[in-house]
Design a protein around this ligand. Structure first.
Ligand SMILES: [Zn+2]
Length: 87
C-alpha cells in the first residue's frame, strides 16, 4: 500500500505499464484487477482515507510499499473515471 502524494511517484511505474501493457479489468469504481507479468490478476483498490489517496495492490512489491505498475495502470483508469464523475 502507498499514499499518492505526487504524480512523480508514478513516473517509473507508468513507464513499466506502458511497456508491459497489462490488462485492466473494472470491478467497480475504486476496485480494479490488473494482469500480472506471470499470469493471474492482482486486485488494486484506490480510495481516499482522511483526504489521503491510498492505493492498495495485492502484489508482493506493493506489500513492501513500492509503487507497482499494476497500481499505475489501475490509477490511470481510476483518475479518468473520477474526472468523468466530477464533470
Ligand atoms: Zn502491484
Amino acid at each position: 500500500m502507498f499514499i499518492l502524494k505526487a504524480k512523480e511517484q508514478l513516473t517509473n511505474a507508468i513507464e513499466k505499464a506502458k511497456k508491459l501493457r497489462p490488462t485492466v479489468k473494472f470491478d467497480h469504481f475504486g476496485r480494479y484487477r490488473v494482469s500480472g507479468s506471470h499470469g493471474g490478476y492482482y486486485t488494486v483498490l484506490c480510495k481516499k482515507n482522511n483526504g489521503y489517496k491510498t492505493v492498495i495492490c495485492t502484489c508482493k512489491g506493493a506489500e513492501k510499499g513500492l509503487v507497482c505498475y499494476h497500481a499505475a495502470a489501475a490509477l490511470s483508469l481510476h483518475i479518468g473515471l473520477a474526472r468523468q464523475q466530477a464533470a
